[in-house]
Design a protein around this ligand. Structure first.
Ligand code: FMN
Length: 312
């Protein structure tokens, strides 16, 4: 047992990151059943859809699971009320100020974790009273920090600043990487890309096929003026790059992005016009597997890595 398995009452310190359009109750419950911590991604759900997913998740697992709430989306208050109403005990907040909801959630007996991309914000999260921090490096899929701090750099720096449990994220998809993150000071890891590439992810098959085919260098962190996001370099991405070449203003970018691009790409499988969010480590994974297979493989790899010795 370590600080993360103790905090969440789980077997392995592996957290499946909340992922819009990928992490519904099927993925979250499968990860929790496999011994990790599954998170329902509320960011792509209307409040009543979230309620349905929580209720289905409770039926699909008797293990702990949580909900990820990106605070940049509307309806946050309604979402938080549903979480309390449905008796969810773990919330991961992201994309916002940890002060806004931490006390309110903790007063209602909920364990709160906040996602950050710098040691400055890790410290702020600790001061806000969260139970743990996810420190996410520049490699990660989805929305990201503006500074390009990699996981290898970020983890030891955050570790130096905070005393509460630390979860590393960004570029971690194997047991070896998990071991490396833990050597650097993490108590556990959060993975997104690896779990997006499972049968249980709710993403469209065409998106999953694209992920399997993706290679090293196929993603890029863009739209830093809006909310920085790591995308696969598809047609939509090229439109964004052309807009930059024409010195697009922030307003131009907002217009180009429009609405529901992420849904179009990841959920509806429009590989041309959609936004395809994924992490750099997509280049390492070349198949879609079940969550069970993924967790077993990661833990075998982790245990093997523990036995590694180096001769000089
Ligand atoms: C498709 C996708 C969607 C994501 N959506 C969210 C989200 O809604 N909220 C959030 O806090 N993080 C989100 N993330 C980040 C993940 O929770 C996780 O921290 C990240 O994927 C870890 O890096 P990795 O992709 O290298 O494993 C998303 C990541 C991906 C790949």
């Amino acid at each position: 047992m370590n600080r993360i398995t103790f905090l969440f009452n789980i077997k392995y310190p592996i957290i499946q990151g909340g992922m819009i359009w990928n992490s519904g109750y099927k993925l979250a419950s499968a990860v929790s059943n496999a011994g990790g911590l599954g998170l329902i991604g509320a960011g792509s759900m209307y409040p009543e859809v979230l309620r349905e997913h929580i209720q289905k998740c409770k039926k699909a697992t008797n293990k702990p699971f949580g909900v990820n709430v990106p605070m940049l989306y509307p309806n946050v208050e309604e979402i938080m009320n549903i979480i309390v109403d449905e008796g969810v005990k773990i919330v991961f907040t992201s994309a916002g100020n940890p002060k806004t909801w931490t006390n309110w959630l903790k007063e209602r007996g909920i364990t709160v974790v906040h996602v950050v991309s710098s040691s400055k914000f890790a410290l702020k999260a600790q001061e806000a009273g969260v139970d743990a921090v996810v420190a996410e490096g520049f490699e990660a899929g989805g929305h990201n920090g503006r500074e390009e701090t990699t996981t290898l750099t970020l983890i030891p720096m955050v570790k130096k600043q905070i005393q509460i449990p630390l979860i590393a994220a960004g570029g971690i998809a194997t047991g070896k990487a998990m071991h490396a993150a833990m050597i650097l000071g993490a108590d556990g890891v959060q993975m997104g890309t690896r779990f997006a590439m499972t049968f249980e992810s709710s993403a469209h098959q065409a998106f999953k096929d694209t992920l399997v085919a993706s290679q090293e260098g196929d993603t890029y962190l863009t739209l830093k003026e809006l909310a920085p996001v790591r995308l696969i370099k598809n047609d939509f991405f090229n439109q964004v790059q052309s807009a930059y070449e024409k010195c697009a203003t922030k307003e131009d970018l907002i217009t180009l992005l429009g609405r529901a691009r992420a849904k179009k790409g990841m959920f509806e499988g429009d590989l041309v016009e959609g936004e395809l969010e994924i992490g750099q480590i997509v280049g390492l994974i070349d198949q879609i597997q079940s969550v069970d297979e993924v967790v077993t493989e990661i833990m075998n790899d982790f245990n093997q890595s523990l036995k590694t010795t180096f001769d000089f």
